[in-house]
Design a protein around this ligand. Structure first.
Ligand code: SF4
Length: 205
């Protein structure tokens, strides 16, 4: 007979969630349950994917990428890189992986947005997950990431990433896997404002 841990390991084998799944989960943990356990899709395309498509399109038109790279003391970069980690069960696309002069690497994410004196948590979480993937796949230290605000004249903001940020992200990934594989019904979002225009509000208690 297999131990519970073995069963869990087998169930997880091959499970890869996307960075946008994690961002959805952080927005409201129940989205994952409705989408993956009850198989009820959201009416519209996933909100973070919609944003992303628009950003990529606009970014290609607006950004002088080499200029940005020089400003950041970057030796080399790779663009639109798909990275997956079977160990950590996550996959995603990084706009740019920058290889910096100090021997570290960093994700750079373009946002079709203005900078308004604030870095949203979603942006930081996205960078942390990208950093996690870069660190593992390239075997290189990642201790910061960058957001380029294309509607603020390509203003670039640096965001520090600490080991504790990786620990928190891994914990969140594990929570999502528990929802998907064990059918754990998550708590509601803490902000009921989010429920007002949510497509699941009729079935969500
Ligand atoms: S109704 Fe509210 S709690 Fe339920 S899934 Fe939508 S946002 Fe989350």
């Amino acid at each position: 007979m297999q131990a519970a841990g073995e069963n869990q390991k087998e169930a997880l084998e091959g499970t890869l969630i996307t960075i946008s799944d994690v961002l959805e989960y952080l927005f409201c943990p129940r989205f994952i349950f409705y989408m993956y356990c009850l198989d009820i899709p959201q009416h519209e395309e996933k909100r973070f994917k919609v944003q992303k498509g628009r950003e990529v399109h606009e970014t290609r038109k607006l950004t002088n990428r080499d200029h940005t790279r020089k400003r950041l003391n970057c030796k080399r970069k790779e663009s639109e890189v798909f990275i997956a980690s079977s160990k950590n069960h996550i996959k995603g696309i990084v706009d740019e992986v920058l290889f910096l002069e100090d021997g570290t690497a960093a994700p750079l994410e373009y946002k079709f947005a203005e900078y308004k004196d604030k870095i949203f948590k979603t942006y930081k979480n996205q960078l942390i997950l990208q950093a996690l993937l870069i660190q593992e796949n390239y075997n290189i230290e990642v201790n910061r990431g960058y957001i380029c605000f294309t509607r603020s004249n390509n203003l670039v903001k640096e965001i520090a990433i600490k080991p504790s940020d990786f620990d928190k992200s891994l914990k969140i990934i594990q929570e999502i896997l528990d929802v998907m594989n064990k059918g754990v019904y998550p708590k509601t979002t803490r902000s009921s404002r989010k429920c007002i225009d949510c497509c699941y509000r009729n079935i969500c208690v």
